[in-house]
Design a binder for this molecule. Structure first.
Ligand code: ATP
Ligand code: MG
Length: 191
């Protein structure tokens, strides 16, 4: 496994990503859209998030530099709402996600995070930015359950909610799934 600058992973590395945590009423709405289908691997309340930038494995000094640089981002708070549901196909399965509107403020904030990551000499993110909240993951045998989830929640929508901060998370992977820890929170301030 290699890190975001192509170096080999060591035990001392930190798997980081930058994300937005939804407020509780939005988490409740997303959880209400879920069911008890055992074929899907559901995202827990604690893990619901919208990824702005996956950083990947970095060593402590670089992690500290990134954490400090994120604090220099200037961005106004903005409103988002949940709008729609869909599914990504991955190699051996996929993910069901809730969509968000509007995209522009997220795209602008993600671009600021991306610029900073490149200044910190991370490899540029080549994949297009598709803001979403992952609800569940499926494997190659449970595509039908994922499709049912999408069909049942076609009109998924929330009231607008304020985004006034973003978060640097460290992800710890284990047999029991990912556990995210807050490294730092960054407030969005009106100018
Ligand atoms: P698990 O890997 O156990 O399914 P997870 O995907 O939530 O859980 P991570 O793999 O640590 O945990 O990922 C954290 C966040 O970063 C998630 O939003 C994930 O979709 C995203 N992510 C992970 N790997 C990449 C990648 N290579 N490129 C872009 N985003 C990624
Ligand atoms: Mg993952």
């Amino acid at each position: 496994m290699t890190g975001p600058r192509g170096e080999a992973r060591t035990a001392a590395m930190h798997r980081l990503f930058v994300a937005i945590r939804p407020p509780e009423p939005v988490r409740d709405l997303l959880i209400d859209a879920m069911d008890d289908s055992p074929e899907l691997r559901w995202v827990s309340d604690d893990n619901l998030h919208l990824t702005l930038r996956f950083i990947g494995d970095v060593e402590r000094p670089l992690a500290d530099d990134i954490a400090a640089a994120l604090g220099r981002i200037r961005c106004e708070p903005f409103d988002l709402r949940i709008a729609g549901i869909g599914a990504f196909e991955l190699r051996h399965g996929g993910a069901v996600w809730a969509g968000v509107q509007p995209r522009e403020p997220l795209t602008m904030l993600a671009a600021k995070v991306e610029r900073l990551c490149q200044t910190a000499s991370l490899t540029p993110e080549r994949r297009a930015f598709h803001p979403h909240f992952t609800l569940a993951r499926w494997n190659r045998w449970s595509a039908a359950a994922a499709q049912r989830l999408v069909e049942r929640n076609r009109g998924l929508a929330s009231d607008p909610f304020a985004v006034d901060r973003f978060t640097l998370f460290e992800s710890r992977l284990s047999r029991h799934g990912a556990h995210y820890e807050v490294v730092a929170e960054y407030r969005l301030e009106p100018s």
